[in-house]
Design a protein around this ligand. Structure first.
Ligand code: DGJ
Length: 734
């Protein structure tokens, strides 16, 4: 899978269907990017680096060194010495100078994949994957750089990361460290990214890639509602089924930048890493900095292939823990049911009703601790409010368990309310710039987790609650961005490290949590879905997708999310109507079928919803049990997109053996005098005959068609009266 061609000085990395080639050039040992694309038989395609074309390589003609630097396809470009495109690495020496250039030193090929200290990352055993470590240096700076590349045997991705070590005698500062770069020819690409807002996370955006720099980024200290740590460059003609796609996804949850720069020569530099703004990391002699991982992907088979490669990688090589391949308990969360107005009696009444309907876990959301009766206070005071929870937490949990339900609980460990005992005792524990009042958001401050004593204190508070009762699920929330980035615990020249140190501390706390409570189901959340990223998936197998639980709004949110992440990761609940986020009324069945495409659960007061809705719950629970294995593990195909056609939405999952498939069809607006819709299915076996059954619809008789017919000629979905109507169609091989 990885070979070194000594004579040509070329490294060839092969995945099942792609090749990635790196060349060492000239006596100065420049590290050039040669090729990334369809799998090649030959290794020697080094002509693609164009070193025979003017301006020549410096060792042969030093007259045009700048011109060479400015167009050579670098594997990992450092700035300030002649390459005037945006660099991936900026170093400022103790003397205040910037400028670096890497040259190749040596390589190692390692079986498996080394862990990245303190960071989330994909993993695989020897046999599953193999890693190339390229050691490079800049002797002038006194710096070694390790470029790591891993290829997997079963999925077409290359993962990359970078480690920088100060090998000199004096400190220097890293002011920019990207994790991956791809220099290639521009072939008139479109750029696909995910954009959003609170309640509108991860909407797909596609636009023409033009000359100059285009990027998506976050400076909010979290991967964010607004932009997403993902970027794809795709052929103009690329569709779901066809066309070239180059994609990058960052295994990181903090500030990021994903960028594409189209140059004067029609080359494109695609890069991804920690956002350089406000980033400045001091490296003392002998110290190292490990940058987070980027997953890089190429396919010539369109967006469905990209999606399924990401899904497979994350399911098999990123998500960990007890629940990674397991059905998750169907939960009912009390947030939209009660907000802060609950007590033991109310929660038990919900649990009692829920248990009779087949729901398996009660999750107590925000408001159970300190004096928290509104969102204006008490974050940081993680003691149970016994006025609300009479008899204490253990009593409540035991009673819920007696009803046959598991119990889960909400925390927001990274935050502190100004009106809290914690803040009154330790005002310096919140992030703030000395002398400047820090901005509040949702009336709260961010804790300075870059200080170990703060992170340790909060961890102990959370863990002691979990130790006190049989708690089997935690929702870890984070409801405001990082601002006023100042720490009382760090010296002046390390203030630029706070955001990344904060992220490392969150990762460390979550790691401790899942080590101490290995059976725990952890669900990350950030004001809805502001921290839905691969970094978080390393710790929690599921993440709350959005506070917008409206079934129609969710179509676009879940489409964008599922473009990268397995359906098993998408927190999705059936909620009450009119919807609390947007006021829309949709049929209860539709809410159920849309939530079925995620983790599935409820977020409503089951004691108060209309009787006809309540009656449908056991049926929905049964659908979950029947189809969740398929939904969790199956290949996912986008059949139609409401965000594009403004009429209907449709997606499909198919099991690995192509014996079973499930299609969800949502007719958004009903129209007069309209015939059925014809949809072309995907991923089936052409030779197999499938029984096609419209689930729970007695008026439509099951019929048998071949996979060939269903994929080429299609399936007719009859028109239904009424807006927002959804259908489930189950296919089984005969
Ligand atoms: C934001 C989350 O997304 C909600 O589900 C809920 O947990 C609230 N926070 C609680 O404050």
């Amino acid at each position: 899978m990885i070979t070194y061609h000594e004579q040509e000085r070329i490294f060839k990395l092969d995945t099942p269907n792609t090749s990635y080639l790196i060349g060492i050039v000239d006596e100065e040992n420049f590290i050039g990017h040669i090729y990334y694309g369809k799998r090649l038989k030959d290794a020697d395609v080094s002509y693609l680096m164009r070193t025979e074309e003017a301006p020549f390589v410096p060792g042969r003609n030093n007259r045009e060194r700048c011109a060479f630097y400015d167009c050579f396809p670098f594997e990992y470009p450092a700035g300030g010495t002649g390459d005037c495109r945006e660099s991936c690495l900026s170093v400022r020496s103790a003397g205040g100078h910037a400028g670096a250039m890497l040259s190749y030193v040596s390589y190692e090929i390692l079986e498996g994949k080394p862990e990245l200290a303190g960071l989330p990352a994909t993993f695989g055993t020897a046999g599953e994957c193999i890693t190339l470590k390229l050691l490079c240096e800049d002797r002038h700076v006194g710096m070694q750089v390790e470029l790591l590349y891993t290829v997997f045997q079963d999925v077409d991705v290359v993962t990359r990361s970078v480690k920088i070590t100060n090998t000199g005698k004096e400190h220097f500062y890293l002011t920019k460290v990207c994790s991956a770069c791809l220099d290639m020819d521009n072939r008139d690409y479109d750029m696909i990214s995910l954009h959003g807002s609170w309640g509108r996370e991860r909407h797909i955006q596609r636009k023409t890639l033009g000359y100059g720099i285009q990027n998506v980024s976050s400076l909010r200290g979290e991967s964010s509602h607004q932009d997403h740590p993902f970027l794809a460059l795709v052929e103009k003609s690329a569709t779901q089924e066809n066309g070239e796609v180059y994609a990058m996804n960052f295994v990181y949850s903090g500030n990021f930048r994903a960028q594409a720069e189209v140059t004067q020569f029609d080359y494109v530099r695609m890069s991804m890493g920690i956002h350089p703004e406000n980033f400045c990391w001091k490296l003392e002699a002998g110290e190292s900095f490990q940058a987070p991982e980027v997953v890089m992907l190429y396919t010539d088979k369109g967006l469905d292939a990209m999606t399924n490669a990401f899904h497979k990688l994350y399911r098999k090589h990123l998500i960990r823990g007890e629940y990674r391949n397991k059905k998750r308990p169907i939960l009912i969360n009390n947030w939209e049911a009660t907000y802060f107005a609950f007590d033991t009696e109310k929660l038990l009444s919900i649990a009692k009703e829920a248990s009779g309907l087949g729901i398996e876990m009660l999750v107590m959301d925000d408001g159970w601790f300190g004096k928290r009766n509104t969102d204006e206070c008490a974050l940081g005071d993680w003691q149970v409010n016994e006025e609300k929870l009479k008899g204490g937490l253990k009593y409540l949990v035991d009673e819920v368990n007696k009803l046959g339900l598991k119990f889960g609980i909400w925390f927001e460990p990274e935050m502190v309310s100004p009106d809290s005992d914690l803040y009154r005792a330790h005002p310096d524990w919140a992030l703030a710039i000395p002398g400047r009042p820090a901005a509040q958001a949702r009336q709260q401050y961010v804790l300075d987790l870059s200080r170990k004593e703060v992170a340790d204190y909060i961890y102990e508070m959370v863990a002691s609650v979990l130790r006190s009762a049989n708690i089997e699920y935690v929702k870890w929330d984070m409801n405001r961005p990082l601002t006023d980035i100042g720490s009382y615990g760090l010296p002046a020249d390390r203030q630029g490290e706070i955001c990344h140190r904060f992220m490392l501390a969150v990762y460390e706390m979550q790691n401790r949590l899942i080590k101490e409570f290995p059976y725990l189901l952890l669900e990350n959340c950030s004001s809805g879905g502001a921290r839905f990223d691969p970094g978080m998936l390393y710790y929690s197998p599921q993440i709350w997708c959005s506070d917008d639980t409206d079934a129609i709004e969710r179509l676009e949110i879940q489409e964008g999310t599922a473009m990268l992440y397995p359906l098993s990761t998408m927190g999705a609940h059936v909620s009450d109507c009119p919807n609390h986020a947007i006021g829309r009324v949709t049929p209860f069945e539709t809410r159920g079928l849309v939530a079925l495409a995620g983790t599935f659960g409820y977020e409503l007061d089951v004691t108060r919803i209309p009787e006809e809705d309540r009656k449908m719950i056991p049926e929905q629970v049964a659908l979950y049990h029947q189809y969740n294995d398929l939904i969790r593990e199956g290949d996912y195909y986008r059949i139609a997109s409401y965000s594009q056609n403004h009429k209907f939405d449709c997606w499909q999952v198919v099991d690995e053996d192509k014996k079973e498939s499930l299609v969800t069809f949502v007719q958004v607006m009903c129209r007069a005098n309209f015939k059925s819709r014809r949809i072309l299915l995907k991923g089936l076996s052409e030779e197999t005959r499938y029984e096609v059954c419209f689930v729970n619809e007695t008026k439509i008789q099951p019929k048998v068609y071949s996979g060939d017919t269903l994929m080429k000629a299609g399936l007719l979905i009859p028109e239904q009266q009424g807006d927002f109507r959804a259908r489930l169609i189950h296919l089984t091989a005969k």
